[in-house]
Design a protein around this ligand. Structure first.
Ligand code: FO1
Length: 307
């Protein structure tokens, strides 16, 4: 069986990650997660993309919100607001326990990788969830309303400001997670899950040495843009503001030179004719668990064409 690295960030990527986890065991499949959305808030270290993946793999994710945990209550954040605290970033009561636990583990000297390992194991997840780096990388969004830390842009400003550029603060000094580099050295192939190319995948690709480790491997990406829209999140809006066509073909171009194959939704069958690299058309809209598994099966089958 192949050894796969799945690169993910955000909600869309986490959906396919769950599908893949149903087909490949922890000896064949490892996840690399974006940490550039992380931030310190209320004295806690928050890692949203690690948490979206963790809850997805544990099948505990909040299907209505997309992010956070299912079956949540909001006593903490509402009480905090009543005391004059900040409540713009909605932290559910169960979700709070995860952030407190991670912060505690980091404060006692554990790395983000070790803290994540401890938490995912406690949630019954057997697959390894590897932060892209244990060093801080923070996405700053340069907009027409100034430079905004990512969560201020994404949550507080609800992605309204016009994007001019992205800056990954700390990227020059951040070391690629050694556990990730070690897995890549023995990997057979890499999957870039349907995540936002600009803020969920690019931070990882810009880590020194990462692209060089990908170069000898077959890499397949799934388009996060379907019919000119993102299923969730601001990817299409960002592309418009960056004067990039909001199309699956434009995402393939964004990954040009890095990927060997591209997977687009049936809606984009015509668009796929513009794509210069080998591509397949299938259903990439994941509503049910079966949708997630079917797309994972299609992806692994497609990957075999490059091995
Ligand atoms: N996204 C929101 O749009 N509003 C929120 O209040 C919010 C809270 C939140 C809490 C924990 C967490 O792990 C994620 C949360 N998110 C929220 C989503 C998060 O901002 C995004 O998932 C990523 O940063 C981008 O993928």
């Amino acid at each position: 069986m192949p050894k796969i690295l799945a690169i993910t960030g955000g909600i869309g990527g986490a959906k396919l990650a769950l599908g893949l986890s149903q087909l490949l065991g922890p000896e064949q499949l490892v996840f690399a997660v974006n940490t550039a959305d992380d931030f310190e808030h209320l004295g806690l270290h928050i890692s949203p993309d690690i948490d979206s993946l963790t809850y997805a793999l544990a099948q505990q994710n909040n299907q209505d919100l997309g992010w956070g945990r299912q079956g949540e209550t909001w006593q903490f954040i509402e009480t905090l607001a009543s005391l004059g605290g900040e409540d713009w970033f909605r932290l559910g009561d169960k979700d709070m326990a995860l952030h407190v636990r991670r912060t505690q583990l980091l404060a006692s000297g554990h790395s983000l990788t070790q803290a994540t390992q401890s938490i995912t194991q406690a949630m019954g997840i057997t697959h390894r969830v590897l932060p892209m780096s244990d060093d801080p990388v923070r996405t700053l969004v340069h907009t027409d309303q100034g430079v905004l830390p990512f969560q201020e842009y994404f949550v507080k400003q609800r992605c309204q400001p016009k994007v001019i550029d992205f800056e990954f603060q700390g990227i020059e000094d951040a070391q690629l997670n050694p556990a990730l580099a070690a897995w890549l050295a023995q990997c057979d192939a890499v999957i870039i899950c349907p995540s936002n190319p600009y803020v969920s995948v690019d931070p990882m690709l810009q880590l020194a040495g990462f692209k060089a480790l990908l170069a000898p491997l077959p890499v397949v990406a799934i388009s996060p843009i379907i019919g000119g829209l993102a299923i969730k999140g601001p990817a299409a809006k960002m592309m418009q503001e960056l004067n990039v066509p909001t199309s699956a073909a434009a995402v393939a171009k964004h990954y040009e030179g890095l990927i060997d194959g591209f997977i687009v939704d049936k809606t984009d069958e015509n668009d796929s004719k513009q794509i210069k690299i080998p591509s397949i058309v299938t259903n990439t809209i994941m509503v049910t668990l079966q949708d997630r598994v079917s797309l994972a099966e299609d992806t692994l089958r497609f990957l075999r064409e490059f091995s």
